[in-house]
Design a protein around this ligand. Structure first.
Ligand code: 3AM
Length: 180
């Protein structure tokens, strides 16, 4: 049987962003919710599903060719999505640079025959899964400075799911490039 890994592209938080999210998770816990592990907080870009090792190499090679620039995402609303039963921090506005990155990654995935989510892309950070409702708590907008994207592996173990960074690609800042 072919060896496969469950993979997805994601934005992975820096320490500062993770700490801010941990603060929000603590408020949720204080309100009776069971937040996802702090180490698992991320923004999914494109979910790939089970990928064999040969395809993963090709995907990584193609992802290296993507030219993306840094952007800032503002997560400005706590949302409850009833169908997946998810409580998440969502962004009302999708920056063009993010939309272009997601489209490029989706092209890479479909180019290797992978089936990807056909629904319109909605940037979000899942905070509680499963959740029953929307809590009545205040939540300041969270700014996420995206400076790289990652290929992640989703690993299931006795303690639940954990995520591992398989590869990270820094964005190219065009303004800085002018001076190098
Ligand atoms: O960004 P979140 O954590 O909401 O729901 C899964 C998770 O999203 C999603 O991929 C992320 C990393 O596991 N996911 C899992 N299966 C999926 C599927 N078949 C999926 N997204 C789309 N289609």
């Amino acid at each position: 049987m072919t060896d496969t890994s469950r993979l997805f592209f994601a934005l992975w938080p820096d320490d500062e962003t993770r700490l801010k999210l941990a603060c929000l998770s603590r408020s949720l816990a204080a309100n009776g919710y069971r937040p996802v592990s702090m180490q698992n907080l991320h923004v999914t870009l494109v979910f790939l599903g089970q990928v064999d090792a040969a395809t993963e190499i090709l995907i990584k090679h193609s992802a290296t060719g993507i030219s993306a620039q840094p952007f800032v995402l503002t997560f400005d609303r706590l949302s409850y999505w009833p169908k997946p039963k998810v409580l998440c921090l969502a962004s009302t506005h999708t920056p063009d640079k993010l939309a272009m990155l997601v489209a490029a990654l989706a092209d890479v995935a479909t180019g290797y025959g992978l089936q990807i989510d056909a629904r319109p892309y909605q940037p979000h950070i899942t905070l509680v899964r499963p959740a029953k409702n929307l809590p009545d708590i205040d939540c300041d907008p969270l700014l996420w400075r995206a400076e790289s994207f990652c290929l992640m592996e989703s690993c299931s173990g006795p303690d639940g799911v954990s995520y591992k960074v398989r590869q990270q690609w820094p964005f190219i800042d065009k303004h800085l490039q002018l001076f190098t």
